[in-house]
Design a protein. Structure first.
Length: 132
């Protein structure tokens, strides 16, 4: 199968899964769950779904357990939405990249604030030196 078709199917699955996740009623599944990417095998037999929540790794792992228990329902809904001859078996994987990137962003903001404080201190020192 061509790579273009696999990519298109992966994006279609990703879009439909996002819609299906909003309809799930399982309390283990976070309402803030995000499908980061979907990797489909060449023969369309398996699809690895990388999901994450903004609430952290523990909530993501709990959401994955809920998704695994609802896998048959999700697969049936996916099949009716996409009209594929063979709907891939779904494998859900917790991915902490959102929490990781939020942590990096927090660190970078801290560095940016430190740089501003250093600039203000050096400006004040140089201003004081000019007056003397």
């Amino acid at each position: 199968m061509s790579g273009h078709r696999i990519n298109r199917i992966s994006e279609d699955i990703k879009r439909e899964l996002s819609a299906i996740f909003r309809t799930l009623k399982d309390p283990r599944i976070s309402s803030m769950i995000t499908v980061l990417r979907v990797e489909v095998t060449n023969d369309l037999s398996y699809a690895t779904v990388h999901v994450s929540t903004i609430e952290g790794e523990a909530k993501t792992a709990e959401s994955v357990k809920g998704l695994k228990s609802a896998q048959r329902y999700i697969r049936r809904e996916l099949g009716s939405a996409l009209k594929l001859r063979h709907v891939p078996e779904l494998r859900f994987v917790a991915d902490n990249s959102i929490a990781y990137s939020a942590e990096i962003n927090k660190i970078l903001k801290g560095l940016h604030l430190e740089d501003k404080e250093d600039e203000e201190n050096t400006d004040a020192e140089s201003f004081g030196a000019e007056e003397e």
